[in-house]
Write a protein that binds this ligand. Structure first.
Ligand code: SF4
Length: 327
């Protein structure tokens, strides 16, 4: 067995809450991500799903080193992301990239497409001169389905889908092995979403890329991902192969999420039973004791209020954090 490309070990990210005018004190912490662990094999797509605010975007940014980790670590292609310095850090940055949720906000409006896409080429000193960089930018634009003649246009001259393609071209410029796709389609029109997903799949086949695909659209995740991790209030509650997770969810939260996904077959759709979760997602500043899901869980028992559920492998490759889950 080869070593997974990405190994995340007990990764934790807490944002301190500070108070005080003259002397600042730390009075608490937003526990955005708490001790998550998983691996991603080379060429694999791991989906990460959960309601907004569950910590999936913070997890993606922290594991890439865009936020310092509170504890834990990420190893990408043998390099420890949070410990790397100097040339090793540059190498990690080159190998691991991010595609952002909002193509409108993630591109500098005052830069041409050429400047935007060639920036990683300049930073990583990948090509000897501007002429070579211009040629490479044109190749990258064509690779993502854009017209290379538009190299000197500005972001506002493109549609939303085209801007996301510019973001993808920029991510590809440093020839990465691994890309965190942070809700890459949620800001786009529904009609454009499938095109961008198809492009990501085509690039994965062509370039052998590995993805972490962060999303809340469970239908799209089923389409693109090999395995799926479910997050709730900063922790991972379930992880399994895609079909196993969709056909045999074990955690009550996953069951509730999946029960909300419409089924194409009208007969099955009529029979579909919705699990309605009551109450709001609790605050990550002071998460519930025991199982974090217990105030909303339809099958919670007394023990759930006190004991933190263990992360158990109930079937090969199918992990869950719930006292009552059984195979
Ligand atoms: Fe529900 Fe208890 Fe399982 Fe948590 S541990 S999901 S509260 S049954």
């Amino acid at each position: 067995m080869t070593e997974p490309l990405v190994r995340v070990e007990n990764l934790t990210k807490h944002f301190p809450i500070r108070k005080g005018m003259l002397i600042e004190r730390v009075v608490g912490a937003v526990q955005a991500v708490d001790s998550i662990s998983f691996t991603i094999e080379r060429g694999e797509t791991l989906g990460m799903v959960g309601e907004s605010g569950c910590g999936k975007t913070t997890a993606g940014r922290t594991l890439l080193g865009l936020y310092p980790a509170t504890s834990g670590r990420t190893i990408i292609d043998g390099h420890s992301v949070h410990e790397a310095r100097g040339s090793e850090l540059m190498q990690v940055r080159r190998k691991a990239q991010m595609i952002f949720q909002d193509p409108y906000a993630s591109l500098n409006p005052r830069w041409t497409v050429n400047s935007i896409v060639s920036e990683p080429l300049r930073v990583h000193k990948l090509l000897p001169n501007q002429k070579a960089r211009n040629e490479r930018v044109k190749e990258l634009l064509e690779l993502v389905g854009l017209n290379a003649r538009h190299i000197n246009r500005f972001p506002h001259e493109f549609s939303g889908g085209q801007r996301q393609r510019i973001g993808i071209a920029r991510a590809l410029a440093s020839e990465p092995l691994f890309i965190v796709c942070d809700e890459p389609i949620s800001a786009l029109d529904v009609s454009i979403q499938a095109q961008v997903v198809n492009l990501l799949e085509k690039l994965q086949d062509q370039l052998g890329l590995t993805y972490l695909f962060v999303a809340h659209d469970l239908s799209m995740v089923r389409h693109i991902c090999d395995r799926v991790a479910v997050m709730y209030l900063g922790i991972m509650v379930e992880l399994a192969e895609r079909d196993e997770l969709y056909e045999n969810p074990l955690h009550p939260y996953t069951k509730a999420l999946l029960s909300a996904v419409p089924v194409p077959d009208p007969r099955k759709e009529r029979e579909r039973k919705r699990v309605i979760l009551t109450g709001d997602v609790p605050s990550p500043i002071n998460p519930p004791s025991g199982c974090r899901f217990h105030p909303r869980c339809p099958i919670a028992v007394e023990r759930c209020k006190v004991d933190v559920p263990e992360w158990r492998e109930l079937k090969p490759g199918h992990h869950v954090a719930c006292h009552l889950a059984e195979n």
